[in-house]
Design a protein around this ligand. Structure first.
Ligand code: ZN
Length: 200
């Protein structure tokens, strides 16, 4: 059997930036723009902040999404007979490294455009494994900087985890919190204040 020719020009793009930089908002905007051109797409997420199967943004937009489990194959999701032109992966840092390999398969073997959105680094300022793999494999890596500022006014680039008013540097990698004033929350800081631990 001759393999089906793959549409050339499909790309794997990784958009990264700190919390609050507008990643989910851009993900939904791209989804909307493509759908309006008559393209069929899938919106995927992992551990969205709402705790439901949706992409929610801090500015109040919400869209139904497929929550991807550890063992869910991404290629299987586009193989059910429906034509899929693109896949959007929000919260890409929480995907597995195997999922990132499958994103590359979607592009190379199936001609599907993949747009991944996520944090580069965790609260210890170390790269998430899936994000590291995206840096290695993506055709394009774009840093988003939608004017998210540290309290000092410098560009916010790192995600600090704050518990009891103190910056913490050890603990579980994934602990979903928010950027409000909860006992445990996240705060975007410039490199200097991330490293010094000064929170205001
Ligand atoms: Zn600062």
């Amino acid at each position: 059997m001759t393999p089906t020719p793959v549409r050339s020009g499909a790309r794997l793009k990784f958009y990264y930036g700190p919390m609050d930089c507008g990643k989910s908002t851009l993900a939904l905007q791209i989804h909307y723009n493509h759908a309006r051109q008559g393209r069929n797409g899938l919106l995927l997420t992992r551990n969205d902040r709402s705790g439901r199967s949706s992409v929610t943004t801090r500015i109040g937009l919400t869209k139904q999404a497929v929550e991807v489990g550890d063992h869910q194959g991404l290629v299987d999701l586009v193989d059910d007979g429906t034509r899929i032109d693109y896949v959007i992966c929000d919260e890409a840092q929480f995907f597995t490294v195997a999922h990132v390999e499958q994103m590359a398969d979607l592009v190379d073997e199936h001609g599907v455009d993949v747009y991944a959105f996520g944090l580069a680094t965790d609260f210890t300022s170390s790269m998430f494994p899936a994000s590291a793999r995206l840096f290695e494999l993506a055709d394009e890596v774009l840093r988003l900087q939608v004017e998210v500022l540290c309290w000092c006014g410098a560009a916010g680039v790192l995600n600090g985890r704050v518990a009891g008013g103190q910056l913490v540097r050890e603990g579980e990698r994934i602990l979903v919190g928010d950027t409000d004033d909860a006992e445990l929350h996240y705060q975007v800081l410039c490199r200097k204040h991330y490293r010094s631990g000064e929170l205001a």
